[in-house]
Design a protein around this ligand. Structure first.
Ligand SMILES: Cc1ccc(Nc2c(-c3ccc(O)cc3)nc3c(C)cccn23)cc1
Length: 109
């Protein structure tokens, strides 16, 4: 199908974000935010649509993305959530900015 190569590129970009060289800035995004573990009980009242790299990976593997646009909007949602919940200048906010820059670089390659 014509979207096959698009989705193959999405996997390539996702693999890039998981590379060890980005671990320092990506690790907070590997798994869903755990409000209990992180002691942020307000998280789910602030963030209506949580998103993270493991959820994106499973959606890609189970054919839940029709095309690259749908994949990209989940990646952007993940970063928007990070900027909405975290405070500019905080480590996680800065990590999100840096990881989004890596994504942008690879995405528009
Ligand atoms: C008190 C407090 C303040 C900020 C945070 N941010 C944060 C987030 C986070 C990621 C994405 C997101 O949309 C929201 C939060 N992930 C973490 C992790 C893995 C460790 C430490 C802090 N972390 C945690 C606790």
């Amino acid at each position: 199908k014509k979207y096959q190569w698009e989705l193959r590129f999405c996997q390539e970009v996702l693999d890039e974000l998981h590379k060890p060289k980005y671990q320092l800035i990506a690790w907070a995004f590997y798994q869903p935010v755990d409000p209990v573990a992180l002691n942020i009980p307000t998280y789910h009242s602030v963030i209506k649509k949580p998103m993270d790299l493991s959820t994106i990976q499973s959606k890609l593997k189970t054919g839940q993305y029709e095309n690259a646009k749908e994949f990209e909007s989940d990646v952007r949602l993940m970063f928007k959530n990070c900027y909405r919940f975290n405070i500019a200048g905080d480590p996680t906010y800065a990590a999100g900015q840096q990881l989004e820059a890596v994504f942008d670089e690879k995405w528009e390659q």
